[in-house]
Design a protein around this ligand. Structure first.
Ligand SMILES: Cc1cc2nc3c(=O)[nH]c(=O)nc-3n(C[C@H](O)[C@H](O)[C@H](O)COP(=O)(O)O)c2cc1C
Length: 389
């Protein structure tokens, strides 16, 4: 039995337990994966400033994200196909988030539907919206999220077209997997994943099949998604979404100060500085690298959060030190889910919480809301550190 002490342990176990096509789907970036790698690497370049002989006995990580009380400034990012990483994955992750006191964000491209997740949780989760050409469907999706009492809408703006991930094409990624010889041989080595999957009926895109016109089965769904991504999406559409939704709105996928300013002008509640986990524009900077300039531009007008590359509580701490007021984790919780199901997501959150708490203490701080650049070694001069690779 492997002793799990960090997120990397969960990744290794996840790789053993989940079919290759779904592991690859998560552990990959677009084209050369340079942006995917930069997200993690840039965290490593930041140095922390240790303090001693400060009373750090009583500490708190509790704060708010867009006015929602959270036990630490972190949410589970929307991740498509989570229910393929482990049977009923969205429900399991949402429950773990609920126990941990952090928001769970359900992807439009989830396996379990909005209504299904609502039935199996007791506190409100958030819903992530992809804007597609079929605006009637999008309008109904927004209404369904409201009816399910979702307490925030996260509109993702960086997927008007799809970045290419070589592995997904080579693996012939489908949901559910096609019964080819290669897939069957690989699945034969993942007995617990198969057993769990055979025990659920949730294997398609729950928010879409049966709700969007012309999508009755999965073959037509692939075609529908390819045709439906909307390259015309613009700031007027964001206003339309805001009015239709009428609640707390978060805009995800902002990567430069100019767009951050436009996002702030919409009256949204928060933005997520994000390059979609390195899955869209390869060659874009890491989210962490652009965070300071975006905070400088709009930090006094709108909450700025970030995601991309967070694999530890230390990474969360560094993002907060550079001005983020909240963070999202994608792969870190997926690794936990694929490794150990619901208990794995619990474990991932526990690991990150513990690392964040101890890092804060080592830096002589007792309140997560007081983390700022002072906690970085040499303050602002330590960023960016000279490249070592
Ligand atoms: C497998 C996978 C699927 C994703 N699906 C979605 C999605 O459906 N909607 C969305 O807004 N972002 C999606 N993202 C991006 C995440 O929300 C988040 O921005 C990213 O994972 C953060 O980087 P990290 O994985 O390094 O933490 C996905 C990311 C991964 C890894």
């Amino acid at each position: 039995m492997t002793v799990i002490t960090n997120i990397e342990d969960l990744r290794v176990l996840y790789k053993k337990r989940v079919p290759k096509m779904f592991y690859d789907y998560a552990d990959s970036g677009s084209w050369s994966e340079s942006t995917y790698r930069a997200n993690e690497r840039d965290f490593q370049r930041i140095r922390l400033r240790q303090r001693v002989a400060v009373n750090i006995e009583h500490r708190t990580l509790a704060t708010q994200m867009a006015g929602v009380p959270v036990s630490m400034p972190l949410a589970l990012a929307p991740v498509g196909l989570t229910g393929m990483q482990w049977a009923d994955g969205e429900i399991l992750a949402a429950r773990a988030a609920e126990r941990a006191g952090v928001p769970f964000i359900l992807s439009t491209m989830s396996i379990c539907s909005i209504e299904d997740v609502a039935r199996h949780t007791s506190s409100p989760f958030w819903f992530q919206l992809y804007v597609m050409r079929d605006r009637d469907f999008i309008g109904r999706l927004i209404d369904r999220a409201r009816a399910a009492a979702c307490s925030a809408l996260v509109a993702t703006l960086d997927l008007q077209i799809l970045g290419q991930r070589h592995k997904d094409i080579k693996n012939g990624l489908t949901t559910p997997p096609r019964p080819t010889l290669k897939n069957l041989l690989n699945m034969a080595t993942k007995p617990s994943w198969c057993a769990a999957m055979l025990g659920t009926s949730r294997r398609g895109f729950g928010n879409i099949v049966g709700h969007a016109e012309g999508v009755e089965n999965l073959t037509s769904l692939g075609q529908w998604s390819a045709e439906q991504l909307d390259p015309t999406l613009n700031w007027d559409d964001v206003q339309w979404i805001r009015e239709r939704w009428g609640g707390r709105l978060i805009l995800k996928g902002i990567l430069c100060a100019e767009d951050a300013l436009l996002a702030a002008e919409t009256g949204a509640d928060a933005i997520v500085v994000s390059n979609h986990g390195g899955r869209q524009l390869d060659g874009a900077p890491s989210a962490l690298e652009v965070l300071p300039e975006i905070v400088a531009e709009v930090g006094d007008r709108i909450e700025v959060w970030m995601d991309g590359g967070i694999r530890s509580g230390q990474d969360v701490f560094k993002a907060l030190a550079l001005g983020a007021e909240g963070t999202l984790i994608g792969r870190a919780f997926v690794y936990g889910l694929g490794a150990m199901g619901e208990a794995g997501v619990d474990r991932a959150l526990e690991i990150i919480r513990n690392e964040l708490d101890l890092t804060m203490a080592f830096c002589g701080l007792t309140d997560v809301q007081s983390i700022d650049r002072q906690a970085l070694w040499h303050g602002s001069k330590s960023w960016p550190a000279p490249a070592s690779d």
